[in-house]
Design a protein around this ligand. Structure first.
Ligand SMILES: Nc1nc2c(ncn2[C@@H]2O[C@H](COP(=O)(O)OP(=O)(O)OP(=O)(O)O)[C@@H](O)[C@H]2O)c(=O)[nH]1
Ligand SMILES: [Mg+2]
Length: 212
């Protein structure tokens, strides 16, 4: 797909809450281009979205894990372009049934959503590549879906430690074709903001091919 030059370019600050869905049938029509943010509960997905859209009030964040329980859609100023905040994985304080339910809906979204152009996997730089993260990475590789990893909360580490953590993550993921960007990120200090915005723009404006 070649970029559509008749459309205006994306401004992340234009992001507005569109709708929430608890299952696939409630999602907006499967047209256009979407990028979804996934990661463990409390990893910092909603904060990353707020940082990227420079709108601290857009996605609800919380110290209490499990804040985002629905799939939340945010529209952008380009027609049918959306950012998606996915429910966090691994929130311990809910019942097994509820957990299974979330994972089922998450699975449906990831497997069936045709307009998904890329996945942003948000992980705490201090606790990277959990089982869930690895599962998501493998899923992207298998489905040839472009992946960007935001190793977030980098402000919690000294720069040298953060750099070492990034090298270790990079080493563990060496050779993966899906991994397009590995970004040291912090919603607090805004480290990695421009790089992630550029990557999202590229995906949403049609710079990457539709997954097969
Ligand atoms: N220091 C620091 N704290 C952060 C950063 N990003 C997120 N946090 C904090 O981490 C906690 C969780 O952030 P959220 O953005 O709500 O996490 P989430 O992944 O959306 O969580 P769920 O919705 O529960 O899945 C909040 O207290 C945030 O303020 C960061 O870059 N640096
Ligand atoms: Mg959240």
């Amino acid at each position: 797909m070649s970029p559509d030059l008749t459309q205006k370019s994306i401004s992340f600050n234009s992001a507005r809450f569109l709708t929430s869905a608890s299952r696939l049938e409630e999602c907006p029509p499967d047209h256009g281009a979407e990028v979804a943010f996934a990661g463990r509960s409390n990893a910092g997905k909603s904060s990353a979205i707020n940082c990227i859209t420079t709108n601290g009030k857009l996605a609800r964040t919380s110290k209490t894990p499990g804040r985002t329980r629905l799939i939340n859609f945010f529209s952008l100023n380009r027609e049918n372009c959306r950012l998606v905040d996915l429910p966090g994985y691994g929130y311990a304080k809910v019942s097994r049934d509820m957990k299974d339910d979330w994972q089922k809906h998450l699975g449906h979204y990831l497997n069936d959503r045709r307009c998904l152009r890329g996945l942003v996997l948000v992980m705490d730089i201090r606790h990277p590549l959990t089982d869930f993260d690895q599962m998501m990475v493998e899923w992207c590789e298998h489905n040839k879906l472009p992946l960007m990893i935001l190793a977030t909360k980098a402000d919690k580490l000294k720069f040298g430690q953060a750099k070492t953590a990034m090298l270790n993550i990079g080493r563990k993921l060496e050779g993966l074709e899906c991994l397009q960007h590995l970004v040291m990120f912090s919603a607090t200090s805004k480290r990695g903001l421009e790089e992630s915005q550029d990557a999202l723009t590229h995906w949403l404006e049609g710079g990457s091919a539709e997954p097969v």
